[in-house]
Ligand binder design. Structure first.
Ligand SMILES: *[C@@H]1O[C@H](CO)[C@@H](O)[C@H](O)[C@H]1NC(C)=O
Ligand SMILES: *[C@@H]1O[C@H](CO)[C@@H](O)[C@H](O)[C@H]1NC(C)=O
Ligand SMILES: *[C@@H]1O[C@H](CO)[C@@H](O)[C@H](O)[C@H]1NC(C)=O
Length: 772
């Protein structure tokens, strides 16, 4: 028995290595082992969820065909030993807790059969499962707490808005356990819901302008009539999307504006306002004129942002012509759906009153530009033409005309233009001038009211210029030229307007000539040799006067002389030596000599001036030896001004400082005797007396005043700056005085060491100068 049992167990062992089903197949197909088919007699147990009987609940029994009395059953796997327990001896499986399919629908366990004594498995373990049976214990739950939806306003009934979803946790394979039914329980007048959870419109006139959003409540029920309890009901927020279904309406019946007549075309007369209850993107107001044909005068442009109508002038307004405009305007919305415009009325009307205010305007030229034609050389007392301007205002002020920036013309108060000079077309063919019109008020020009107009004066040609050679010809002829040989071909030009049919005719002044003139009848002529064989020894240059006529009216002519040189020529007839040219050279040599003489004269004069300047401006000090110069410099240094330095020292600064800063009486260019009477003189010795001293100073002052070659300030200024106190001790500027003084200043020697410098400058130096 035990051996056969062992055999059976070993037979079982192989298939369990594969799996239970394979084992079954193996058992079924192998008729040999049919009898020994032994397996766990269960592989699935069922238990209903939410079982409300007493616990533990008997789920099932595991048995093996192995009837070993020492066999012991054991469970392993999901919740084994806690939720599920097995009776060791009988193999009964019990559940010790209530089960919820929605938490765990199936438990997988392993059954073992062991020998109680050895704890050795009597059979290989086998898997089995416990399935939890669904009962419809769950209500549908909405997947969101709030649903949102939107739909165009005025949508037809049945338009889809949004979809709500509620899910049921029960087993969907069981009929009716998970089917969900929806119901609108709040707002059902406006919206409905189908079984799939689609929310649809239920009213045809959902108008955003009346009510923009709805909050409806939807309930979900499952097939067994379970109302959703955990989510309760759900709120669906539905917004209506705007469409352009409303027309604009004017905010007022009457708009009145006042506008100055000189408003520019870009200016704004005023704005009319409309109200459109649609959202801004659905406001598309168009303005138009209903009655009165003022649309040629005004236009109304809709502002795309504010939707208001901007009234602008289309042409200049004139108070004097139309002081008041009244008309009706209309506002419509062109993009509006006609179905709604019929429903709600499509246009709004308003009256517009525009009052034009008078403005003092500048004169108006009529016509605004002028073109006049005047013959050149015509009488300057004859009017060229006249312009006219008027005051457009009611005041009708007189107008005064003038011309802008030209000396050629003048103007009368009546607007007539006269030339100041005889006009010359050859100088200016056009005179384009600007005339000005001003309004007069009591004989005075009213400022700012000024208008300019262009006047184009065309100077018409008269034939007042004679034709002349087209260029300065320099013809040459060979001394051995044969008769009939062409010397030169000449043509003519005329400064006057030359019409296409201009005809120049050429003729020789005298037929007694060594040359012949042949008119080519194409405004050119050829000069040819008449007899030939010129004698160069006799005549080197031939002068050939030619008269040129034009065919204008009056006919003009001029005599032009050709200077023909007789040249020595080589065998090819090319001139090799023309002596006549020497004459021209002679003339240029004369001119050169004249220019040269001129330059030389100028050079000499400049040189003389420079020499004189240098001689005069060079102070005597510079001719002394170094030690004396040094002494001189020290003396100037003490004075602090360095007034000798006229190049690097800006005397004007001194003067300004002195004029601003001095408290003592300011010095003027006029000599002030009072200043000099204060001079502290050294004790008089010899012939010198205070009167002589004064005389000398006066003399020096006179010299300084009368000497035009000095720099543009005089010594008096410098004394002034040095101050009254120091005058007597620093007469240094005498050094810059004119050296061509021939006064006898020898007496200065007797004045002592303090006047040594003065004495040297005016006594000894003057003697040196004689020898110099
Ligand atoms: C609906 O809109 C509200 C507010 O705008 C928002 O908080 C919510 O998340 C939205 N719900 C869904 C499902 O989009
Ligand atoms: C003057 O005006 C005329 C006509 O417009 C034009 O042909 C001419 O060139 C102008 N002349 C000058 C100097 O501006
Ligand atoms: C022609 O030229 C010669 C010298 O070559 C001169 O003597 C004579 O007077 C000229 N004749 C006339 C008409 O000028």
């Amino acid at each position: 028995m035990a051996s056969s049992c062992f055999l059976l167990l070993s037979l079982m062992l192989t298939p369990t290595l594969v799996c239970g089903e394979d084992l079954a197949r193996l058992a079924a197909t192998s008729s040999l082992h049919q009898r020994v088919k032994r397996e766990w007699i269960w592989n699935k147990m069922h238990i209903s969820e939410e079982f409300n009987g007493t616990l533990p609940y008997h789920v099932g029994k595991i048995t093996s065909s192995n009837k070993n009395s020492n066999a012991k059953y054991l469970l392993e796997g999901d919740s084994a030993g806690t939720l599920f327990k097995v009776d060791e001896f009988t193999g009964d499986v019990f559940a010790y807790e209530r089960l919820d399919r929605e938490k765990k629908a199936e438990y997988h366990l392993r059954a073992l059969i062991l020998d109680r004594r050895t704890n050795q498995p009597l059979e290989p373990p086998s898997m089995f499962s416990i399935a939890v049976h669904d009962i419809n214990d769950n209500a549908p739950i909405f997947v969101h707490r709030v649903f949102n939806g939107s739909v165009l306003e005025m949508s037809p009934v049945g338009t889809s808005v949004t979809k709500v979803t509620a899910v049921d946790a029960d087993d969907p394979t069981l009929q009716g356990h998970t089917s969900v039914f929806y119901k609108v329980i709040h707002g059902e007048r406006y919206f409905s819901i189908d079984n799939d959870g689609n929310i649809l419109t239920a009213a045809p006139d959902l108008d955003r302008e009346k009510r923009a959003s709805y909050e409806i409540v939807v309930e979900a029920i499952d097939g067994q009539g379970l109302k959703s309890k955990e989510s309760g009901t759900v709120t669906v927020l539905i917004a209506l999307t705007d469409i352009n279904d409303n027309s604009p309406t004017f905010t007022r019946d009457l708009f009145s504006f006042e506008v100055p007549e000189n408003i520019p075309l870009s200016g704004e007369v005023g704005r009319v306002e409309v109200k459109d209850i649609d959202e801004p993107q659905n406001r598309n107001t168009k303005y138009s004129f209903v009655r009165g044909n003022h649309q040629s005068t005004f236009q109304i442009i809709a502002n795309p942002y504010t939707n208001e109508g901007i009234v602008k002038p289309k042409k200049p307004l004139d108070f004097e012509t139309t002081p008041l405009y009244q008309f009706t305007i209309e506002a419509t919305d062109t993009d509006i759906n006609p179905a709604y415009s019929r429903l709600k009325g499509s246009k709004s009307l308003a009256s517009l009153t525009i009052r034009v205010i008078d403005v003092d305007e500048p004169p108006v030229f009529k016509p605004p530009t002028y073109t006049f034609e005047v013959k050149e050389e015509s009488d300057i007392n004859k009017s060229i033409g006249f312009v006219s301007a008027y005051d457009p205002d009611q005041a009708k002020r007189p107008i005064r005309y003038s011309i802008l920036r030209t000396n050629y013309f003048k103007m009368t108060n009546t607007g007539h233009i006269f030339a100041n000079y005889k006009l010359d077309r050859e100088e200016h063919a056009w005179h384009n001038i600007t005339v000005i019109a001003n309004e007069l008020e009591k004989g005075q020009i009213v400022p700012r009211l000024e208008t300019h107009a262009q006047v184009y004066i065309k100077v018409l040609d008269i034939n007042d210029n004679a034709p002349e050679f087209a260029q300065p010809y320099e013809p040459r002829v060979c001394e051995n030229a044969a008769a009939g040989q062409v010397v030169i071909s000449i043509s003519a030009v005329d400064k006057d307007e030359t019409p296409p049919n201009v005809k120049f005719t050429y003729s020789l002044v005298s037929e007694h000539s060594n040359f012949t003139l042949i008119d080519n009848h194409d405004n050119t002529a050829n000069v040819t040799v008449k007899n030939g064989l010129f004698n160069r020894e006799l005549v080197k240059v031939h002068y050939l006067p030619i008269v040129i006529h034009d065919n204008g009216a009056p006919r003009q002519s001029s005599t032009n002389t050709l200077t023909i040189q007789v040249c020595k020529c080589n065998e090819n007839g090319e001139p090799t030596f023309c002596e006549g040219a020497a004459k021209q050279v002679g003339v240029s040599i004369q001119a050169l000599v004249a220019i040269f003489v001129c330059i030389l004269t100028i050079l000499v004069i400049v040189l003389l001036i420079i020499l004189r300047k240098r001689y005069k401006s060079k102070p005597n000090v510079l001719r002394k030896n170094v030690a004396e110069i040094h002494e001189q410099l020290v003396a100037y240094d003490e004075e602090g001004g360095g007034e000798m330095d006229t190049t690097s020292y800006d005397v004007s600064v001194l003067n300004s400082v002195r004029q601003r800063g001095m408290t003592s009486p300011p010095l003027t260019l006029e000599p002030r005797p009072c200043l000099y009477s204060q001079v502290q003189k050294p004790p008089a010795t010899g012939l010198s007396s205070p009167q002589e001293m004064a005389m000398v100073i006066e003399m020096k002052k006179d010299e300084a005043n009368n000497d035009g070659d000095l720099l543009p300030y005089d010594t008096l200024h410098i004394y002034g700056y040095e101050g009254a106190e120091s005058v007597a001790e620093s007469l240094s500027s005498l050094g810059s005085g004119s050296s061509d003084s021939d006064a006898d200043c020898d007496f200065l020697n007797g004045w002592g060491p303090r006047f040594k410098m003065l004495a040297e400058l005016y006594g000894l130096e003057s003697q040196e100068d004689l020898g110099y």
